[in-house]
Ligand binder design. Sequence first.
Ligand SMILES: NC(=O)c1ccc[n+]([C@@H]2O[C@H](COP(=O)([O-])OP(=O)(O)OC[C@H]3O[C@@H](n4cnc5c(N)ncnc54)[C@H](OP(=O)(O)O)[C@@H]3O)[C@@H](O)[C@H]2O)c1
Length: 339
Amino acid sequence: MTRLLEQQVRFNYSPKLVPDTEKRKVRNMSFIICDTSGVSQQLYLDRLKALMPEREVQIWPEEPNQPETVKYALVWKPPAQLFETYKNIKAVFNLGAGVDALLEDQMVPEHLPIIRLIDPLLDRGMIEYVTWAVLRYHRLLHLYEGFQTQKQWTPLAATDARKTRVGILGLGQLGQGCADMLCRLNLQVMGWSRSPKDIAGVATYHGETGLNEMLAQSDILVCLLPLTSQTCGMLNADLYAKLPKGAKVINVARGPHLIVEDTLAALESGQLEHVTLDVFPTEPLTADSPLWHHPKVTVTPHIASQTVPDSAIETIVANVQRLEAGKEPQGLVQRDHGY
Ligand SMILES: NC(=O)c1ccc[n+]([C@@H]2O[C@H](COP(=O)([O-])OP(=O)(O)OC[C@H]3O[C@@H](n4cnc5c(N)ncnc54)[C@H](OP(=O)(O)O)[C@@H]3O)[C@@H](O)[C@H]2O)c1
């Protein structure tokens, strides 16, 4: 790429100044957007066109137009045919943080870099949700909500944030953001990750022994792990048995992290006092699921942190510019780790 083009791409250039040959090259680095949730496709398209007016943007599953010119795919749960139709794709940008769906069945050809979404508003959404769910338990609001339905006026003893212990499974982009906020609220914060970490104010653990140590102290356990072969089904009877009796669990990662039958049994026995679930093995949660009406379960429809289209596209455009300047994009997925 010429210096001129590099600079123009980087600084959101004015098309008037671009020679025809350069315009053609830029057009030949066009995009396909495939958001099978369908909700925000048009919003992604509008923002991308506004930020990169020289690029062609196609929408899946419209009739492909010169598919060989498409270099970047912006996707959420795409079908495998996308990669058969657009054979010259150079990089795949996921429109969310979790890439488990993309790594399933080796859908994305091995040679293609997958870049997950690291976006300030995605972080913010998760921090808000986890802070709400943790504070609700810490301040016993889940109990007061039950009291209200009984017209019951029963003040319970005050709780002390310094004594409420929160364990976070996963200390990545989202886990660390939540840990930081919970520390600022003076809660006792712990976190577990694959590799050792040193985070101010957070007691960190790794490995099997570290996990058991953290679980034994977690009054509230938050799951923010990626879904991989190692983490699938982790929230099960064995893990619950290692928590203090009456612990609360918040799963905001992926549905298959949690074994529903084990969770219901632990609620029944009192090993768990309450759970907050944002994600489920089958989504939408089926009408016959016992989770809907369970008095000790709070259900939300996978909204803990939702992609905000404008912000996501701005982040992705910055990453495209990084790639085109020969730099490593932010959020490059390590396929051998599975996240
Ligand atoms: N409910 C929602 O609305 C929603 C929204 C966004 C994301 N999510 C979920 O949140 C997940 C986490 O996102 P993120 O951006 O924080 O991911 P991330 O930055 O990749 O962090 C993942 C963390 O998990 C740790 N980890 C991975 N495998 C592990 C293992 N086997 N044992 C121990 N620790 C392990 C990693 O350890 P290292 O630090 O050592 O690598 C890292 O700390 C996503 O994968 C997605 O599934 C849900």
